[in-house]
Design a binder for this molecule. Structure first.
Ligand SMILES: NC(=O)c1ccc[n+]([C@@H]2O[C@H](COP(=O)([O-])OP(=O)(O)OC[C@H]3O[C@@H](n4cnc5c(N)ncnc54)[C@H](OP(=O)(O)O)[C@@H]3O)[C@@H](O)[C@H]2O)c1
Length: 235
């Protein structure tokens, strides 16, 4: 049987490497991003952070559902041209918190809502959302980065709750959050100048770690936040 996976947010640093990695490992890959990557029917151009994307994604993905074994959602935002991660309380604005919520949480919620109605009791779908260690409340020893931390923590709670609902509906399904590690990309670039080289990973290394996690996960490993080394990070 064909092994099809969906990489959502396929135009980012990790997403692009993940598409290549899955193909190299013999998977069929379908993709979603805001960028028109090719004219193939296997690619959907849409912004998942908009609620209007739910129905469009549902219609597009329906023909693939019987062969779809998993989804990796890479969507996330840390900064843009006008906003850097906050160093203190005074720098936090509602506007950036809302934008961070939109990308870091709603992009994952809407995709799950699009797929969720098509899950049956026989489904064994694997779901990975790329989150971040800094979204772990227990792991927060340094402070700062308010909007990113708050919205990744919200993403983590969404995933834990989703894992419970989908396990009730489809006992073979699995839902996890994953910290990919500090990886060379547009997202990390401004913050890696003084970062130890041995802890800065190429997108290819990170993609291979995500694929390893994807292949080893099952219903028993559902409902956790995983470090890229395979260990569990407290929520
Ligand atoms: N790089 C790291 O060091 C690092 C560390 C910890 C966690 N992470 C997490 O890993 C994931 C991938 O990060 P990356 O390093 O590949 O970053 P990236 O190259 O900046 O890619 C960002 C991703 O987020 C999506 N995205 C960005 N802005 C968006 C917006 N305004 N609306 C909707 N979607 C938007 C992009 O989707 P399109 O395909 O549509 O462009 C892309 O998938 C993120 O969730 C990030 O938080 C990364």
């Amino acid at each position: 049987m064909q092994k099809t996976v969906l990489v959502a947010g396929s135009h980012g640093g990790v997403g692009t490497a993940l598409v290549d990695g899955f193909i190299e490992n013999g998977y069929e890959v379908i993709t979603i991003s805001r960028t028109q990557m090719n004219d193939s029917e296997k690619h959907l151009r849409i912004d998942m952070s908009e609620s209007s994307s739910i129905d469009v994604i549902r219609d597009w993905i329906a023909p693939y559902m019987s062969e779809l074994i998993g989804i990796v959602n890479c969507a996330g935002i840390l900064h843009d041209a006008q906003h850097k991660p906050e160093k203190n309380l005074n720098q936090v604005t509602g506007e950036w918190l809302e934008e961070s919520m939109k990308v870091n949480v709603l992009s994952h919620l809407h995709l799950a809502q699009a797929v969720g109605t098509m899950i049956t009791s026989q489904s064994s779908l694997k779901w990975i959302s790329l989150s971040a260690k800094v979204g772990s409340i227990e792991d927060n020893l340094l402070g700062g980065w308010y909007s990113y931390r708050m919205t990744k923590a919200a993403l983590n709670m969404f995933l834990k709750t989703l894992s419970i609902e989908w396990q009730r509906r489809a006992s073979k399904s699995s839902v996890i959050a994953m910290h990919p590690g500090t990886t060379q990309s547009t997202l990390s670039e401004p913050f890696t100048r003084n970062w130890p080289k041995e802890k800065l990973y190429s997108p290819t290394i990170t993609a291979n770690r995500i694929i390893t996690q994807f292949e080893r996960m099952d219903a028993n490993s559902s409902g956790h936040l995983y470090h890229h080394d395979g260990s569990i990070i407290p929520w």
